[in-house]
Design a protein around this ligand. Structure first.
Ligand code: UD1
Length: 432
């Protein structure tokens, strides 16, 4: 169990306090460390299904989504335990190939287990995944890829029934570089006899990290992060110790918090390359940013200006997971900012809550037009999704007066004890 908590009861009490209370107006100052990336840990947990041995993941934060994935792995027959901050997964005895609706629905990454279960056990019955309510989020590309390789797949009553069969093709060409589909197909192919090529794969740093983890276990994956991934099937994967990459979205969220509060912060455990497009936008707004090895230092400006336009794209473009936070930033930058969401159909649900705080925002289908104001005000607001919830916290930090944010279990899905890190930097925020 992570050292932050002394008993399991502590974790439950903590996770069931479901509101943040923020007294806005404090500047953020100081230095903090970023955690491992949720979006790296989740597919690696799915990947550990392929491993006949013990995987030790180092320094894993208790994201709520990680807890959901642990339940799924345990239900399949894996032995999973925390020792301090490290998570041990022993998948040797995995024997069950079914994931119920109840287990699959809290988390999008439940679908990442489809490829690994099929690969390891030959058959799978997996319920449709859940996750944040930010759009339709179909899984057709996942299923297309597995079918192309020869799997028989039927969809019935909310479940995907899949069976491994003889290889049909050596290459899969994705119509869109979906992160989850790339991960699913890559994991399936690790133990599939022969060579598999994935054309037009996603190139996100978390894909590269998953390939690095699987290769450390003995897989043969080349090209992750490029336009073509080539996987040569091996007979077996072995247990390893592994430390997932740091969270570029957490890093981005804190950089925006530093900028919005007029602060001066240093973030440790960051990769500058993973946040380059965000950094360019923050500089355009007037922040000074210095990067050194694994540190990013930000000094904000008294007169933040509009960063112009942000358009979400697949990596290395602007990440959709930082879109909501950029809307918050725009609400206090002088001038008009335009935010285009190109990946998910309904990722502006949080905007109505920002409007309750006095923000001037207009939304038209996939674009949000924000006129910056000198002041926004505290209000009682509700988190609508993980990153939308983060954007409300950012607004609360600079709002005049008090803000309460409810539904924060959505924020806990992908930020670990965010209020503690913000308090360390001087914010007046607590969980109630
Ligand atoms: C992952 C991340 C999520 C991030 C997203 C995009 C995890 C656990 N989640 O989600 O935080 O916002 O990447 O960077 O890693 N699509 C289809 N068919 C499919 C799959 C996807 O049409 O079969 C579409 C989606 O509807 C969406 C787009 O492709 O419009 C991107 O989705 P995808 O890259 O698959 O995101 P996720 O893997 O779900």
């Amino acid at each position: 169990m992570p050292v932050f908590f002394s008993t399991l009861i502590d974790i439950f009490i903590y996770l069931y306090m479901d509101k943040f209370f923020i007294n806005g107006g404090n500047k953020l100052f100081g230095e903090i460390k970023m955690d491992c990336a949720k979006n790296a840990v989740l597919p690696i947990l799915a990947g550990s299904i392929l491993v006949e041995g013990v995987v030790c993941l180092k320094d894993v934060p208790i994201y709520k989504d990680v807890l959901s994935m642990i339940e799924i792995l345990k239900n399949l027959g894996a032995d999973v335990k925390w020792v301090g901050k490290n998570l041990y997964i022993d998948s040797f005895n995995i024997c069950k190939n079914e994931i119920s609706h109840q287990l699959a629905s809290p988390v999008r990454s439940s679908i990442f287990t489809l490829g690994p279960i099929l690969s390891r056990l030959g058959k799978a019955k997996v319920a449709y995944p859940g996750g944040c309510n930010i759009g339709l989020r179909p899984i057709d590309i996942h299923l297309f890829g597995l079918r192309e390789l020869g799997c028989n797949i039927n969809e019935k009553n909310g479940y995907i029934y899949a069976q491994k069969s003889k290889r049909k093709a050596n290459a899969v060409s994705l119509r869109f570089p979906s992160v989850g589909a790339t991960e699913n197909i890559m994991m399936f192919a690790c133990l599939f006899d022969g060579e598999t090529k994935i054309y037009n794969p996603a190139k996100e740093p978390e894909i590269v990290d998953l390939a690095k983890f699987l290769n450390k276990c003995g897989a043969k994956i080349k090209g992750a992060g490029s336009d073509l991934i080539v996987i040569n099937g091996v007979k077996k994967l072995n247990g390893v110790d592994y430390k997932p990459i740091y969270d570029r979205i957490e890093c981005g969220t804190f950089l925006i918090a530093g900028a919005m509060t007029g602060g001066e912060i240093v973030l440790k455990n960051c990769n500058y390359n993973h946040n380059q497009v965000l950094i360019e936008k923050l500089k355009k707004s007037g922040c000074k940013i210095f990067c050194d090895k694994n540190k990013i230092a930000l000094k904000s400006s008294k007169n933040l200006a509009s960063y112009g336009t942000v358009e979400t794209e697949v990596y290395p473009g602007f990440p959709t997971d930082l879109q909501s936070q950029m809307v918050s930033l725009a609400t206090i930058c002088k001038g008009t900012s335009f935010i285009f969401e190109n990946l998910f159909e309904s990722r502006f649900n949080f905007v109505g809550e920002l409007i309750k705080m006095g923000c001037d925002i207009k939304c038209k289908s996939s674009v949000c037009i924000v006129n910056g104001k000198n002041k926004i005000f505290g209000a009682d607001v509700v988190a609508t999704d993980l990153r939308g919830g983060a954007s409300l916290i950012l607004a609360g930090l600079v709002a005049e007066g008090y803000t309460t944010i409810s539904n924060i279990e959505l924020v806990d899905r992908g930020y670990f004890a965010i209020e503690n890190k913000l308090s360390t930097l001087g914010a007046d925020i607590k969980r109630i």
